[in-house]
Design a binder for this molecule. Structure first.
Ligand SMILES: NC(=O)c1ccc[n+]([C@@H]2O[C@H](COP(=O)([O-])OP(=O)(O)OC[C@H]3O[C@@H](n4cnc5c(N)ncnc54)[C@H](O)[C@@H]3O)[C@@H](O)[C@H]2O)c1
Length: 477
């Protein structure tokens, strides 16, 4: 470890100590009114920084202004408003009725802040995925350290400014920087880690958390399949799938990764898909490249990875329905639909996380469900159908973080639903009360009023022995 790294680590240590030393005081003083005030301050500052947020995301990866408003600013505002409406109820201790064995006691469940939380966020929605979890942390009464992604540095700087402006530094700190900052932070004994990112790094985070037995929420990624059944409204399905895929240039954790389409409607679906893309982003290659509504790829590394996926698929015999054009300087990859891909190609094996959509025809829904079952658990699974029996079949027989029927993406906005994955796509959940619970510990508090405890104590002889035997029999029933 060099001197600079050592100095940096000492600095992080100091920051962590400052935050965690205030834990007991914070529990006593960061009550409903104070949490409410912090959330209102965050909402106000977010509004004041709208212009800077839009500029930062344009700089980081050409994210269109309207998409920024819709997916970076509005979701955080909505999370704050929802929390303000419900926080008092979430914080209230819940009465736990006595059971037969605990007759004579009074009990309640008291949600308490876990302490100091670490929020590690990715680059693809750099504001929403840093400040959204922060809303839940503050609601729960935690202090927090945010580590934004180094791949979206302008957005990370704005997140840092917003936090510094809205909240005291002994409550929330932002640590900008790369993997080394994340690694140094993961050495510290945080009380909860909320990680959003890839399954690969999620495993590292969980491994590091295990060293301190720190609890984790893991919001991960993976391949989210779409099933377009023979009974789907194809025009509507095509538009909704194209939007879900190509928003943020496909760099969305719950973006449709690939489409399975019933063979009987494949040709009509592909025609509708082509026309939906043309309608949204432009009729020809030049118009699409000039579209102000289509984002760029985050980094040269990801640009190369995605270009490699297209090249490998084409070499292996896949055909393009539309797209495939790219420009390395601006990191532009056109909305691309591929047909004739196979299971050996990277595009069918790895999470795509870019504007490439393989469309795979099927004869047998059972076989599609078996293939999904055989792979890692998806974060989202989408089905487009009008036939209720087919929808029910997919709903009952599949496991995924969420199931969207005749929609893509918008379940992220439903704050009365838990948002999270299972297995490879994550652990735990975010949003609304589930976000609050992620950062809270539910403490059992039990008071003795007139519980008959004395007869349970030794020496076990005579009448007492008999009584305990009868009690054990009755209570064990
Ligand atoms: N479930 C969700 O809500 C959700 C949302 C957005 C993105 N994602 C997923 O995130 C991924 C894309 O984001 P990304 O590329 O920023 O993910 P990533 O896992 O590469 O990085 C996420 C964060 O982890 C840090 N990090 C990277 N390597 C690390 C290491 N070795 N040790 C410690 N920290 C490290 C990064 O600095 C960054 O802040 C995709 O897989 C996507 O599906 C999931």
């Amino acid at each position: 470890m060099n001197a600079e790294t050592q100095a940096h680590q000492a600095q992080l240590h100091k920051m962590f100590s400052r935050l965690s030393m205030g834990n007991a005081e914070r529990r006593a003083q960061f009550g409903y009114s104070e949490r409410r005030a912090a959330l209102i301050a965050l909402r106000k500052t977010l509004r004041e920084f709208e212009g800077q947020i839009i500029a930062a995301l344009a700089q980081d990866f050409g994210k269109p202004e309207t998409e920024v408003r819709l997916t970076e600013i509005m979701p955080v505002q909505a999370e704050i408003s929802h929390t303000l409406r419900h926080l008092k109820r979430w914080m209230r201790p819940r009465r736990a009725p006595a059971t037969l064995a605990t007759f004579g006691t009074r009990a309640r469940i008291l949600p308490q802040p876990k302490g100091v939380a670490l929020i590690i966020s990715p680059w693809n929605y750099p504001v929403t995925l840093a400040l959204g979890p922060l809303v839940s942390a503050l609601a729960a009464g935690c202090a927090a350290v945010i580590k934004p992604s180094e791949l979206a540095p302008a957005s990370a700087a704005v997140v840092s400014q917003i936090v510094a402006e809205a909240l005291p530094e002994d409550l929330v700190s932002v640590c900008e920087g790369g993997v080394e900052v994340s690694e140094a932070l993961l050495e510290l004994p945080f009380d909860h880690i909320f990680f959003t990112g890839s399954p690969r790094v999620g495993k590292i985070v969980m491994g590091q958390a295990a060293k301190h037995l720190t609890s984790v929420t893991l919001e991960l990624g993976g391949k989210s399949p779409v099933i377009v059944g023979a009974g789907a409204d194809l025009k509507r399905a095509a538009r909704i799938i194209a939007w879900g895929k190509f928003a943020n240039a496909g760099q969305t954790c719950i973006a449709p990764d690939h489409v399975f389409v019933a063979k009987s409607v494949e040709a009509r679906f592909l025609a509708e898909l082509k026309s939906a893309i043309a309608k949204m982003y432009g009729r020809d290659e030049a118009a699409q490249a000039a579209s102000r509504d289509f984002a760029r790829i985050i980094s040269p590394g990801h640009f190369d990875r995605l270009s490699g996926m297209i090249a490998q698929a084409e070499t292996g015999g896949a055909r393009k329905l539309t797209g495939g054009e790219s420009d390395v300087d601006s990191r532009y990859i056109a909305p691309t639909v591929l047909m004739g891909t196979d299971a050996q190609m990277d595009v069918e094996r790895d999470e795509i996380f870019g504007p490439i959509l393989p469309v795979i025809p099927f004869d047998d829904l059972e076989a599609v469900l078996a293939r999904i079952e055989a792979g890692p658990r998806p974060l989202a699974l989408y089905v487009f159908e009008r036939d209720r029996a087919a929808i029910d079949k997919v709903t009952q027989s599949s496991i995924s973080g969420a199931l969207g029927v005749n929609l893509t993406l918008v379940h992220f906005l439903h704050l009365n639903l838990p948002f999270g994955g299972i297995g490879n796509s994550g652990l735990g959940a975010a949003h609304g009360i589930w976000g609050f619970k992620a950062f809270s510990y539910e403490k059992s508090v039990m008071e003795n009023r007139f519980a008959p405890i004395a007869p349970l104590m030794p020496p076990y002889r005579g009448a007492r022995k008999k009584l305990v035997r009868v009690m054990a029999r009755v209570l064990g029933r």
